[in-house]
Design a protein around this ligand. Structure first.
Ligand SMILES: *Cc1c(COP(=O)(O)O)cnc(C)c1O
Length: 349
């Protein structure tokens, strides 16, 4: 029985396709329509994204987040420029150098800051560290919302970053692989944490939200979208049966499924957080604000949890473990995990 299959906590991309996206896909599978994005599903999905952001933005659909980030970053700068981002940013640590590759050599400049968020006071010193021709000229500020450690920037925090970027002549890019989780967590209008805060381009994640595949690139600054379609095509990111990338967006956005699903994912992480807090010896590594919980666990307990079949990442240093909630995580999954964790922590004492 499908409902009896275990849910894992490794990543929100372990989950399948949520019903709303699945139904839209099935509807899109009727008859022939024009290819390469010249179809009514793609038009409708683009218009719905414009409505969600209350903005006349340019929208493109690509296969994944790495492509969305690298191609959009490449369109914000020249090869001799540099991109400022947090040291834990996905664009720096998890994209195999794709942003540098697609921008033909752009350099990433790494900023620090607590809880995965860029410290605003770190930006200007990095930009002004050198003003001579030998330094790759800073051109873009890239932020991740929600961040890699499951925290979220508030509208005012983003506003501060946007102001600094504007004053220093930097364009602003947002990696929104988990943008829906951030909106659900903050309870804000999407515009408040994007273009109103100065974001020029957003990579809007669909996959982790419940779509089968595909992220959207949303240019609020339309001039920067100039010839972006060619960039996508050259990079192998122009889907010929585009309707299967765009239709899931129609399903997710219609009736607000994207936020409903993200709210659920966040609440499952919140449930795990509350259960974990009751277990002696378990330490929360970052404030839980979206759909991930980071726990510091003894090595023995990590191994024993893996031994009991739980999948989760333990990639942050020694003993740091990430548990993700997703759209189909059930409270019973969280309770079973928490019960095993409690057992093993008590045994390890
Ligand atoms: C998952 C993720 C991406 C996109 O990764 P792909 O595997 O290329 O789809 C981008 N940024 C962040 C923060 C992510 O978590």
């Amino acid at each position: 029985m499908i409902n009896e299959r275990p849910r894992h906590f490794a990543s929100d991309n372990y989950s399948g396709i949520c019903p709303e996206a699945w139904e839209a896909l099935a509807s899109a599978n009727e008859g022939h329509v024009a290819s390469y994005g010249d179809d009514h599903w793609t038009e409708r999905a683009s218009n719905m994204i414009r409505e969600v952001f209350e903005a006349d933005c340019e929208v493109f659909f690509v296969f994944n987040g790495t492509a969305a980030n690298s191609l959009s970053l490449a369109s914000l700068c020249q090869s001799y420029h540099s991109i400022l981002c947090h040291q834990t940013a996905h664009v720096e640590t998890d994209e195999c150098g794709a942003p540098e590759f697609f921008s033909n050599g752009t350099k990433m400049l790494l900023l620090s800051g607590a809880d995965g968020k860029i410290d605003p006071s770190a930006i200007e010193p990095m930009v002004k560290r050198r003003l001579d021709i030998h330094y790759p000229k800073p051109k873009v500020l890239s932020v991740t919302q929600a961040t890699e450690v499951g925290t979220v920037y508030t509208p005012s925090e983003l506003g501060v970053l946007g102001e600094i970027a504007k004053r220093l002549g930097l364009r602003m890019h947002m990696d929104g692989a988990r943008f829906a989780n951030a909106v659900a967590s903050l309870g804000v209008r999407p515009r408040q944490i994007t273009w109103e805060a100065g974001v020029d381009v957003l990579c809007l994640g669909g996959t982790k939200n419940g779509a089968p595949v595909g992220d959207a690139v949303v240019f609020f600054n339309k001039e920067l979208a100039f010839e972006f379609d060619y960039r996508c095509k050259q990079a192998g990111q122009l889907a010929s049966k585009m309707r299967f990338l765009s239709a899931p967006w129609v399903g997710m956005l219609e009736g607000g499924a994207w936020l409903k699903r993200a709210t659920h994912a966040n609440s499952m992480a919140a449930l795990l957080e509350s259960k974990a807090e009751e277990i002696p010896g378990v330490r929360l590594l970052f404030p839980r604000q979206a759909n991930s919980v980071f726990l510091e666990l003894p090595k023995k307990v990590i191994e024993a949890l893996h031994g009991r079949g739980w999948r989760f990442y333990s990639f942050i240093g020694e003993g740091g473990c990430r548990f993700m909630g997703t759209w189909d995580t059930r409270a019973s999954d969280v309770e079973a995990l928490a019960a095993d964790l409690r057992d093993l922590m008590l045994a390890a004492d």
